[in-house]
Write a protein that binds this ligand. Structure first.
Ligand SMILES: Cc1cc2nc3c(=O)[nH]c(=O)nc-3n(C[C@H](O)[C@H](O)[C@H](O)COP(=O)(O)O)c2cc1C
Length: 176
């Protein structure tokens, strides 16, 4: 169903970033082409080498790739993709997306995106329940984005509650 589809996968600085590897495996196995765009904080959680090995493509993170006058084009990515999935999406990235704070490659790519956007929040239960997070998610939904609701259960903080990213649901929600 995802055969030949071009997916931009945004990865942010959440402990759930390791689950992005599993998402890439599922997408690649289904025949999709995956381009990872990762925030600087995301790279603290998962290495670009792992992601580029899984996608067979260099990972994009910085606006200015080398100090030689070349740059990565968020506009081209916005035109290239059939869908954008941000998984995991931190509270910080969700806030920036809702407010157009375009200070990294992931947010500028999101703002340039012509294709449907799917957002999979992943965070601790109190961060997820906070009125600002909930308001930002409502705002993003109002802009036509699709929110992949997190599940309830055991969290990385060792607490229990709502905030777990459902990696299987992420792939199921993408347009075929
Ligand atoms: C160990 C650790 C785990 C974290 N996990 C999360 C998380 O699951 N969700 C979240 O919203 N923030 C989490 N954070 C905080 C983010 O990394 C921080 O807000 C960062 O600025 C997010 O940047 P980004 O959204 O640009 O990637 C975590 C921080 C640490 C140190």
């Amino acid at each position: 169903m995802l055969q030949g589809k071009k997916i931009v996968l945004g990865i942010t600085g959440s402990i759930a970033a390791y689950k992005a590897c599993y998402i890439i495996r599922l997408l690649v196995k289904a025949g999709a082409e995956v381009q990872v765009v990762i925030t600087p904080a995301g790279k603290e959680f998962i290495t670009p080498i792992t992601l580029s090995a899984l996608t067979s493509k260099p990972v994009i993170s910085e606006f200015f790739s080398q100090r030689d006058g070349t740059w990565h084009s968020h506009v081209s990515l916005g035109l290239w993709a059939d869908a954008m999935l941000i998984a995991p999406a931190t509270a910080s990235t969700i806030g920036k997306m809702a407010n157009g704070v375009a200070d990294n490659m992931l947010i500028t790519t999101y703002l340039s995106m012509k294709a449907p956007v799917f957002i999979a929040p992943a965070m601790d239960l109190d961060m997820y329940a906070h009125p600002s997070t909930q308001q930002n998610l409502k705002t993003l939904q109002g802009y036509g984005n699709h929110i992949i609701e997190p599940g309830t259960g055991f969290l990385a903080s060792h607490l229990e509650g709502k905030g777990r990213m459902g990696e299987n649901r992420c792939c199921q929600r993408l347009p075929s």
